[in-house]
Design a protein around this ligand. Structure first.
Ligand SMILES: NC(=O)c1ccc[n+]([C@@H]2O[C@H](COP(=O)([O-])OP(=O)(O)OC[C@H]3O[C@@H](n4cnc5c(N)ncnc54)[C@H](O)[C@@H]3O)[C@@H](O)[C@H]2O)c1
Length: 318
């Protein structure tokens, strides 16, 4: 049966993939986005099929209109920047925590049954053990990470617990996305913008800039896998009140990533090293067993394939 889903931040990178995946399966999609980093072009191909609203996710009057009759909210709207969160912590707190609180308030008021929230691997800080499981204690290392952990907390305390309906409280789940990449990602993204920047440098025939020795690792997860995880989370109450990792489960060094990008771009590998960036974590990868158990999620797109798709998209979009 088709559902009506509100996607906050739906004009952003991940949001545009989620919105399209929902449309493809026959859902009715409403988008609320203030276009601060999102772009109308991200939804251009499906513009006529989406109920698109430009506005702030903290606007209760707007949320009232959009949550009435909605079955679920996928809450992605946020300032997704660690740097911005150090420069303007109050603003990031206002949008990220205030936005989540506003969504939860409206969802409860208008009987929305499900809220899926974009949390982040940033909540872990530097993981003690890699791959990192949800059992590791979060030690957020930035105001951004604190805002995501706070969002998770509001979902838990304002949502319904597993197996119960608390008044009109929705069932909630927080998905801790790792380093998401793919078509439509802005090169400025601090998560996986490195892929977009590598692809652009390889296209221009320039060497790829790596900060530090390039042996730091990340879990790069292709955006279509992330969109699928969101759809799976919408379709089950198994993870209610929980926070669940969504990654590829694979640790990739930046040097291996550089090699994959150059391979997909058909250019020889050339790297220049810059001094390491302060405060950067050394190793990261998701333990995805809980996502598999609760949501039935399995990453399907290997890095070489995802990088090739990203290279092809950049070539087409220029
Ligand atoms: N990209 C990643 O690797 C990654 C990893 C972990 C978590 N996340 C989270 O996933 C979500 C989506 O990230 P993304 O990479 O697509 O970033 P993005 O910047 O492309 O998307 C965020 C969207 O939210 C919108 N937005 C921002 N403030 C708003 C406000 N006050 N009101 C309404 N809309 C607002 C922006 O215009 C944008 O379209 C974010 O919550 C981010 O924190 C992303």
């Amino acid at each position: 049966m088709s559902s009506t889903i509100l996607v906050s931040g739906g004009a952003g990178f991940i949001g545009s993939h989620v919105a399209r995946a929902l449309l493809e399966r026959g859902d009715t999609v409403r988008v609320l986005d203030d276009l601060s980093t999102g772009k109308r072009e991200n939804l251009a191909a499906v513009a006529g099929h989406i109920d698109f609203h430009v506005g702030d996710v903290r606007d209760q009057a707007r949320l009232a209109i959009l949550c009435r009759g909605a079955d679920a909210v996928v809450h992605l709207a946020a300032i997704a920047s660690v740097t911005a969160s150090f420069e303007r912590p109050a603003e990031v707190e206002g949008v990220n925590v205030g936005g989540t609180l506003a969504v939860m308030t409206a969802a409860r008021r208008y009987g929305v049954r499900r809220v899926v929230f974009a949390s982040s691997c940033a909540v872990y800080g530097e993981p003690l053990v890699v791959p990192v499981s949800e059992e590791q204690l979060p030690v957020p290392g930035s105001p951004y990470a604190v805002s995501k952990l706070a969002g998770e907390g509001y979902l838990r305390v304002l949502g319904a617990a597993a197996g119960e309906r608390r008044g009109d409280a929705p069932h909630t789940v927080a998905l801790r996305f790792f380093n998401v990449y793919g078509p439509r990602q802005d090169a400025g993204s601090e998560y996986s913008g490195v892929i977009a920047r590598f692809v652009a440098a390889a296209r221009a025939g320039e060497p790829l800039t790596v900060f530090g020795d390039g042996l730091q690792t990340r879990d790069f997860v292709y955006v279509a896998d992330v969109a699928r995880a969101v759809l799976l989370a919408l379709g089950t109450t198994a993870g209610v009140g929980r926070a669940v990792n969504v990654g590829s489960g694979v640790q990739t060094t930046l040097l291996d990533l550089a090699a994959a990008v150059c391979g997909a771009s058909g250019v020889p590998l050339r790297v220049v090293h810059e001094p390491p960036r302060q405060g950067e974590i050394r190793r990261s990868a998701a333990d995805t067993r809980l996502a598999c158990e609760l949501l039935g999620y399995r990453p399907t797109v290997p890095l070489v394939e995802g990088v090739a798709a990203t290279v092809a998209w950049q070539a087409e979009s220029v």
